[in-house]
Design a protein around this ligand. Structure first.
Ligand SMILES: *Cc1c(COP(=O)(O)O)cnc(C)c1O
Length: 336
């Protein structure tokens, strides 16, 4: 897998490898008598540029294409508190691209009065992105494509970064996470029984599945659906995994794709009590800053699966902290 990945150019702006750390206090909290799995965290929140997150790893590969294409403008989009578009804006600032973002309104009701001014929305403006307000209509890439066409008609050279930086190449990038986990876990003396993370636009899980098949074949990848749309998530993961396997010259095994439904609240961007509990536990026990849209729901899903007894003592579970901390500030009312 390492050699195949080396064929894909990387910009080197993301801080990689990210650390793999034990979560000893959370492990003990969830199983005080030592009868639960050992928990680890892969710090994909520590990818560096503009407060980091999982999209930076994808962008490190995907934007090589933007640079090679001679583009002058990155075009992407997402909801008001999207971590993805904030990381595109940060990478654009770092690399000297203009950045235009389609900001989707209406996918969720603003949870707080300052939702549109704080967190990722504030950072987008600081990074110098031009924001275009558009209504959410369920088509994730439609308004981004329209915006790219408009900019092209104005004489710009746009490079389109898809919603969530999810594409076959974005998934290829995420296979590199498993190469890192395999080496780090070996040095720490364990083989992960499972890798657990939250899944949204799908390329993160797609890359993990393809990477795990090649470098950690006994490790199960478990995606927690945070969209309350498990069939859509599963279909996208399958599509990107197939595309990534093809690009890497690896066989594709759809049975490696597991999307767990029903553990992450009623809807996208709407946290439930277990999300709030997970965010509190992550912070108080491990000093992790999780968010109410993605990573907090991912940890809530992991905790729920542990409480159902899915894993036993002696098994090692790696939770991927995919980032999202800036969005926490748009939901501060949950913690007042
Ligand atoms: C985008 C995102 C995810 C989900 O990754 P996908 O590749 O879109 O499935 C998870 N966590 C955070 C914090 C994100 O921003």
């Amino acid at each position: 897998m390492k050699d195949q990945l080396a064929r894909f150019p990387r910009l080197g702006i993301a801080h990689l490898p990210t650390p793999l750390e034990p979560m000893k206090r959370l492990t003990a909290h969830l199983a005080p008598d030592g009868n639960g799995p050992r928990l680890w965290v892969k710090r994909e929140d520590c990818t560096g540029v503009g407060l980091g997150g999982n999209k930076l790893r994808k962008l490190d590969y995907v934007l090589s294409e933007a640079v090679a294409s001679g583009a002058d403008t990155l075009v992407s989009g997402g909801v008001v508190q999207s971590n993805s578009q904030r990381q595109v804006a940060a990478a654009a600032a770092r690399l000297g691209f203009h950045c235009h973002l389609a900001v989707y309104h209406g996918r969720l009701a603003p949870p707080a009065p300052d939702y549109e001014r704080t967190g990722n929305a504030l950072l987008n403006r600081l990074f110098g992105a031009t924001l275009h307000d558009v209504p959410w209509n369920g088509d994730r890439n439609g308004a981004i494509r329209d915006l790219a066409e408009q900019l092209q008609a104005q004489g710009r050279k746009p490079y389109l970064v898809p919603y969530g930086v999810s594409s076959p190449l974005g998934a290829v990038a995420y296979a590199s996470t498993v190469v890192e986990i395999a080496a780090q876990a070996e040095a720490l003396g364990f083989t992960p029984h499972a890798i657990v993370h939250c899944s949204g636009s799908g390329a993160t899980q797609a890359g993990l599945v393809v990477g795990a098949r090649a470098c950690l074949p006994t490790t199960r990848v478990v995606g927690i659906d945070i969209d309350a749309e498990p069939e859509r998530v599963r279909a996208d993961v399958l599509r990107f995994a197939e595309g990534a396997a093809d690009l890497l010259g690896e066989p594709f095994f759809p049975e490696g794709v597991e999307v767990v439904a029903g553990l992450a609240g009623p809807a996208y961007g709407v946290p439930h009590a277990a999300t709030v509990e997970a965010i509190r536990l992550g912070a108080a026990l491990e000093a992790l800053v999780l968010d109410p849209v993605y990573s907090g729901k991912g940890l809530a899903g992991l905790i729920a699966l542990i409480r159902t007894g899915r894993w036993t003592a002696g098994q090692d579970i790696v939770f991927i902290h995919t980032g999202g901390a800036p969005a926490l500030f748009a939901y501060r009312h949950l913690f007042d």
